[in-house]
Design a protein around this ligand. Structure first.
Ligand SMILES: [Ca+2]
Length: 302
């Protein structure tokens, strides 16, 4: 009896020793307790950023949903709005991250230009400085190239969002069609151009009713937003693969702008421009993976 007890004790001790210093098998993010939509001011550029928790979400569309979206907008067939580019719908995992609540504004862009003495190449953004009128401060910066947007992101120690990050921030986890739900776009939800007239840009965050589930503003309309990725068919998409030599031509942009048709405001919609291209309706917002020891509370936006 004693021998058996001693043996069991020995076994337990050896397990305990073997377990010393070994991390638990299940990984737990150091940010697991941060609630969805928690808002901070970023330590470098001071932008308000909202928390998108880690986990899965429904990305892309299937043909059935795309057809329903097309019909809601008065289109007969999803192919008219290039619906296939969002196929297939699938479940995608994204690590927790912060994303700008607003598009990058003139005010933030000026900070970057002042701090870095940044100079435009051939294309000049919509704010050129040195003076900024108060009425312009909250307008989204536009006419930025992909490179210029990345330069801002590098300066602020952030990044442009991947397509998955952007789409999760805009539509949450329930596969909704627009940031606000499945209702057709209208002017109460954002800087959206209907058939009759061009409209915009307007100061960021002017239409809180159009907020995404995490509190991001203007993810439908106002300015189009650069992502960090090439716009190419998703794996298992019915779209043909790029022809040899033509891959990596277009960069993906999201969210539609005040200069685009109604179907461009769909959250899964993908647009593509060449990296050196830009227009007066093209801007961006940035995203950020905080370090493990980031003190969220200390940076909470009041
Ligand atoms: Ca936008």
């Amino acid at each position: 009896m004693l021998d058996r007890f001693a043996f069991a004790l020995l076994l337990m001790c050896s397990f305990a020793r073997a377990g010393e210093g070994v991390a638990p098998l299940a990984y737990r993010s150091p940010h697991a307790e941060i609630p969805a939509g928690f808002t901070i001011r970023h330590p470098v550029d001071g932008a308000e950023m909202v928390w998108v928790p880690e986990g899965y979400f429904r990305m892309g569309l299937n043909a059935d949903t795309a057809q329903k979206q097309a019909e809601q907008l008065g289109l007969k067939d999803f192919r008219i709005m290039a619906g296939e580019e969002s196929f297939p719908e699938r479940v995608v995992y994204v690590q927790g991250f912060y994303i700008d609540m607003y598009e990058v504004t003139f005010e933030r862009w000026k900070q970057f230009v002042d701090a870095t003495q940044w100079k435009a190449d051939k294309i000049v953004p919509t704010w050129t400085g040195p003076d900024l009128k108060p009425a312009e401060a909250k307008l989204p910066i536009a006419s930025v190239t992909w490179k210029a947007a990345q330069e801002y992101a590098n300066w602020s120690h952030k990044q442009l969002p991947t397509e998955a990050m952007w789409e999760k921030a805009a539509r949450g986890t329930d596969g909704r069609w627009y940031p606000w739900g499945n209702e057709k776009p209208s002017r109460e939800y954002g800087v959206i151009t209907l058939k009759d007239s061009l409209r915009g840009p307007e100061p960021v965050g002017s239409y809180p009713k159009g907020a995404s589930p995490y509190g991001c503003m203007d993810m439908a309309g106002n300015v189009y937003e650069w992502t960090s990725e090439w716009k190419e068919p998703y794996p298992n998409s019915p779209e043909p693969a790029p022809k040899p030599g033509s891959a990596h031509t277009y960069v993906a942009l999201r969210g539609g702008s005040f200069y685009h048709p109604l179907h461009s405001y769909r959250t899964a919609k993908r647009m593509g421009f060449e990296p050196h291209e830009t227009y007066f309706h093209v801007g961006f917002r940035t995203a950020w993976f905080p370090p493990d020891d980031f003190d969220h509370k200390k940076h909470e936006a009041k």
